[in-house]
Design a protein around this ligand. Structure first.
Ligand SMILES: C[S@@+](CC[C@H](N)C(=O)[O-])C[C@H]1O[C@@H](n2cnc3c(N)ncnc32)[C@H](O)[C@@H]1O
Length: 320
């Protein structure tokens, strides 16, 4: 069966018995959340900042969009000080079923709630929002169609006007044969988060590329069992593509964001106290076990801020 990439990915990842409804993400790839508890500690630090900005409300929302196995919210609840933890209303949003063992106080939903006062965090969510792929031809951009059983591709029809407008603004194609991933559904998804944020911050974290440096042939990739595989939309692998976070930022502004910061995970985490510093050598004598623990933690922090790895991820931070 031939479909556009967006329809094929929707079906493969989230359709009946789709990849994400069946599989646990950590079995297939590593994210900052699963790499280290230091990431959750950084989110606690963010929550403390947002709490202070909002004047310490009686109820402070933490909404994790694309929550996967719920590891981030579980770790945040374990790490937050009681004075903050007791005021947190924690919501995990995902299309997959509620994971077993999730703390009872975490609400598990398929859609982002309205009226959020607090922090929304979306780590590696947008890269899994399905999108269409276009290829430049002598007659302008055309949609790519894909065979959902084999991953074979062929040219389809011209783009819908809204997709063409997105491409012209955010990923202009010049050379015949060059390809682009049409990020419009991700912009809409991000805007839908911003409209549900009443007051506070929304943060999207993902591998990203800027408008003046989009990859020539796109970034569509498959992951299975920890390895990169050909992206065949048959439900047996994850299908992902880097995110045009600058375009999402623009959509967020139109949806009501009053301030926008685009930075890297390295810079954002360092500002929150995650710096990969090794423990002092004196600790090795005074507390050998503590020293080994601190060394392991430093190494995990190093992975989170490595500029050629997770540290190179984009952080889009918007406020309302
Ligand atoms: C790559 S996983 C990230 C999991 C987790 N945030 C982490 O960092 O480990 C992406 C998750 O987004 C979820 N997802 C994708 N589209 C969604 C949507 N429209 N609404 C809710 N969840 C979605 C998928 O089911 C999947 O669990």
């Amino acid at each position: 069966m031939w479909l556009t990439w967006r329809a094929a990915t929707e079906r493969a990842l989230y359709g009946e018995d789709g990849f994400y409804l069946r599989e646990r993400p950590s079995g297939h790839f590593r994210t900052s959340v699963s790499a280290s508890a230091a990431f959750a500690d950084a989110v606690v630090a963010l929550l403390e900042e947002v709490d202070a900005e909002l004047g310490g409300p009686d109820v402070l929302d933490l909404v994790d969009v694309g929550a996967g196995e719920g590891m981030l919210v579980t770790r945040v609840l374990a790490a937050a000080k009681p004075a903050l933890r007791d005021r947190l209303r924690v919501t995990a949003v995902d299309l997959s079923p509620r994971p077993e063992g999730l703390p009872a106080r975490v609400a598990w939903r398929r859609s982002v709630p309205v009226g959020i006062t607090g922090l929304v965090i979306a780590n590696e969510w947008l890269d899994n929002v399905p999108l269409d792929v276009a290829e430049q031809t002598a007659d302008g951009p055309r949609l790519i169609m894909v065979d959902i059983r084999t991953g074979e591709e062929r040219l389809g029809g011209p783009l819908r006007p809204a997709d063409r407008a997105w491409l012209d603004r955010w990923w202009p194609l010049s050379r015949v044969g060059s390809r682009a991933e049409i990020g419009r559904p991700r912009c809409e998804a991000w805007a839908s988060v911003l409209v549900r944020l009443k007051r506070g911050r929304a943060i999207a974290i993902d591998y990203a590329h800027p408008v003046d440096n989009r990859p020539l042939c796109g970034t569509l990739t498959g992951y299975r069992d920890g390895a990169v595989v050909t992206p065949i939309p048959d439900g047996t692998c994850d299908i992902t593509a880097h995110v045009a976070l600058d375009a999402c930022a623009d959509a967020g502004r139109r949806a009501g964001a009053i301030s926008t910061t685009l930075s890297t995970q390295r810079d954002a985490l360092k500002a929150l106290g995650i710096n990969g510093a090794r423990p002092p050598i004196d600790l090795a004598r005074a507390d050998p076990r503590g020293y080994v623990r601190a060394l392991a933690r430093a190494s995990e922090e190093g992975e989170l801020i490595d500029p050629s790895g997770l540290g190179g991820f984009g952080w889009l931070i918007q406020r309302r």
